[in-house]
Write a protein that binds this ligand. Sequence first.
Ligand SMILES: NC(=O)c1ccc[n+]([C@@H]2O[C@H](COP(=O)([O-])OP(=O)(O)OC[C@H]3O[C@@H](n4cnc5c(N)ncnc54)[C@H](OP(=O)(O)O)[C@@H]3O)[C@@H](O)[C@H]2O)c1
Length: 339
Amino acid sequence: MKRVCVTGAGGYIGSWVVSLFLSKGYMVHGTVRDPCDETKNGHLKKLENAEERLHLFKADLLDFESLCAAFAGCSGVLHVASPVPLHVASTVPGSHTPNPQVELLDPAMLGTQNVLNASLKAKVEKVVVVSSGAAVMVNPELPSDMELDESFWTDIEYANSTQNWYAVSKTIAEMEALNFAKRHDVKVVTICPSIVIGPMLQSIINATSLLLLSYMKEEGRSGGDSMEDIKRPYVDVRDLCDAILLLYENPESNGRYICSAYSLTTKEFVAKMESLSPGYNYPKIFTGQSAYPPLNSEKLLKLGWNYRPLEETIVDNIKNYEETGLLEKGKPFPSTITF
Ligand SMILES: NC(=O)c1ccc[n+]([C@@H]2O[C@H](COP(=O)([O-])OP(=O)(O)OC[C@H]3O[C@@H](n4cnc5c(N)ncnc54)[C@H](OP(=O)(O)O)[C@@H]3O)[C@@H](O)[C@H]2O)c1
């Protein structure tokens, strides 16, 4: 039977990757840091087919041997795990990370090296590494309306100087992953998603879901009724997972792939949410105007990727927040980070 390992199985994207590969008939190994933490990982055991085909392994990215044990017998690794600080989508990315080397850089960079070396040792055929749009677009020289493809890389010096440690961690990790593939007998493909949205399977809210929730809850906004009008690129988590599966299964996949569906300003996004689900505490005033460059997913589309309409993502996302109680009146915003 086809067998793959998903690192960071309990996280937002990891959970959906596990769910998709289970639904496609794979035996799935999932790495989590604490298999006994039911709050963090309990949802995985409830996924369809999990009882028969999901095996959780306790593994840390900085512990090479733990990764080797998880990858044994697998022909593929979907490397999703990497620290994503809750403030990553806020406008001050660096200021909340007191020890970036330990909190972000080591797990992303050494962690990816460990994943690749462990994959080599386990004779894994293909590794799909989840990188980020943050490895593509952080560069002050780029005009904000210029569409970026896979040839663009974040300016690491600039990201360092602005303490954008997340971007630094993802850029160096991805560069090293692609270089590793040139030196060793393992196929490595990377994918750079934009801001990932859509329903959550896990119970602890992740960074980008927090951003979306702040569009609906005033307690999540430092400006109360007002919010910065930032043009951002987005992709649905389920479409991203389809792309990861496509890159894994398609023998033609090669190198780096951007994965992004839409670019919208906060004002445009909120207007869509409000038209589909009125009555929530949406911002009314939109200040300033800035933009992340749009990302071009042509290479992935040519390989056969597709994505759902934004309306579907928003409807499913809001339903998920309603069902999990996040939108209940009086329920506090689940983080001290505001947007
Ligand atoms: N969400 C987005 O918009 C977005 C966009 C582009 C790229 N990405 C990338 O997608 C991946 C997953 O992000 P996410 O949004 O799903 O975030 P998430 O829910 O916070 O998941 C992060 C995962 O990484 C694991 N992890 C962190 N440090 C680890 C370590 N030292 N050893 C083992 N596991 C570790 C976490 O495990 P624990 O549960 O044990 O903490 C968790 O499972 C990341 O690589 C991120 O850079 C995300």
